[in-house]
Ligand binder design. Structure first.
Ligand code: GLA
Length: 397
């Protein structure tokens, strides 16, 4: 279901590397991810429910004997190049920070990497909360360890590799949700992942034909995500430490119950709010899953709404644009629920909308949102796709 087809990837390769023969080309695709619910629970050892989407990043790769990796992109002018025998690392502030992080992490883990010319083509908006960074990391981890058949253990290692690359070499202290979804997702299913144990179940997540998932980009580039994200993580750690010092036995915040938090409410009101979001959101993940499994889509919509309110009022990661989408959409007929998805602070929202009212919903929301914020929203459908994979595997290995 990859949105970038083979002819496009061939053309991208010829455009990026006119000097290299494309006779022995391999093609791969990594999707973006949309989190249905379970926001800011992954780094608290909780549940998440992400799915892979049809949009993503494709790679066209020709492996070669010389110990150099060249990466070019259809979207950006810069080339990333690294000599594997004498690697030199740079402090990039553009997209090249991600491939460099993956190469660096693979080398740090002792992998021998193949020389390769890699051309990238993306239709995934960047900075939109759809995990374009995790997609490029997982994609490069995938093509730089060119197994023809990627089994389950290799995919879990791939997710961990991509997270380590992001944490160590990009400096974003993210959890494992995005990489896990991109590495292990299956078409039509969401991954109900326990981030404490990494055990998961697949849950059918395609609504009936009368409803559809709709992804809405606020049009607002995300700002301060890394610093605010790190701040929330630190607040969660402080909350957990406080609870443990006052007798709680939980090893992670998601394992606490609301009654465990009562004393924290008096002593540290801000930390209480953060912890309350984490604990209630964690419960909502299971509740929303159950509602989907029982085809109770009215309840699914209600959990989306509750999640957004908790992220707005207790976790404070939404921001004016996402909250405006939330407010306006609740007044438009046919919207069953909407919540921000991803880290927040701008980026995208996910809505559940009645199919026969979808066009009307989008038209009204676009007009009123533009009037209120000055930004044009971008609407995307959500077709639930599979994880990173070969479109055309390498034939020489
Ligand atoms: C970002 C991070 C994830 C997760 C979400 C919030 O996408 O990369 O690990 O924490 O934010 O749920």
């Amino acid at each position: 279901m990859a949105s970038i087809d083979s002819p496009t990837l061939y053309t991208t390769f010829r455009h990026c590397f006119p000097e290299v023969s494309s006779e022995k080309i391999a093609l791969a695709f990594a999707p973006g991810r949309v989190n249905l619910i379970g926001e800011h629970t992954d780094y608290n050892g909780g549940w998440v429910l992400p799915a892979a989407m049809q949009l993503g990043i494709g790679a066209a790769v020709v492996y070669h004997e010389s110990p150099t990796i060249f990466i070019r992109s259809a979207q950006f002018a810069e080339t990333f190049q690294i000599d594997l025998q004498q690697p030199v690392f740079h402090s990039f502030s553009d997209w090249r920070i991600y491939p460099q992080a993956v190469v660096r992490q693979l080398l740090a883990q002792g992998h021998r990497l193949p020389g390769a010319s890699i051309a990238l083509h993306s239709d995934l908006p960047t900075g939109a909360g759809l995990s374009s960074s995790a997609a490029i990391e997982a994609l490069l981890g995938f093509v730089l360890q060119p197994l023809v058949a990627w089994g389950f253990p290799e995919r879990v290692s791939l997710a961990k590799l991509a997270q380590a690359a992001e944490n160590q070499w990009v400096g974003m202290p993210c959890g494992i949700m995005d990489m896990f979804a991109i590495s292990l997702a299956q078409p039509r299913q969401a991954l109900l992942l326990d981030c404490h144990t990494l055990s998961f179940e697949l849950v059918e997540a395609v609504p009936p034909p009368s409803l559809s998932w709709c992804v809405i980009h606020t049009g607002k580039p995300r700002r301060l995500v890394a610093s605010k994200y790190a701040e929330r993580r630190a607040e969660c750690e402080l909350a957990l430490n406080w609870l443990q010092e006052h007798g709680a036995e939980a090893t992670h915040l998601s394992a606490c119950s609301l009654s465990d938090l009562e004393a924290l409410a008096q002593a540290e009101p801000l930390l209480y709010q953060r912890a309350k979001h984490v604990v209630t959101e964690n419960l909502r993940v299971k509740a929303l899953c159950q509602a989907m499994q029982r085809q109770r889509w009215d309840k699914v919509g209600a959990y989306l709404t509750q999640s957004h309110l908790s992220l707005r009022d207790d976790y404070a990661v939404t921001g004016v644009e996402l909250d405006t989408l939330f407010e306006l959409s609740s007044r438009i007929e046919g919207c069953r629920g909407l919540r921000m998805t991803g880290a927040g602070f701008g980026g995208c929202a996910l809505a559940l909308v009645e199919q026969d009212k979808l066009t009307n919903f989008q038209t009204h929301l676009a007009t009123s949102y533009q009037l209120s914020t000055g930004f044009d929203p971008v609407f995307m459908s959500l077709e639930i796709a599979g994880g990173v994979d070969w479109v055309l595997p390498p034939h020489t290995i």
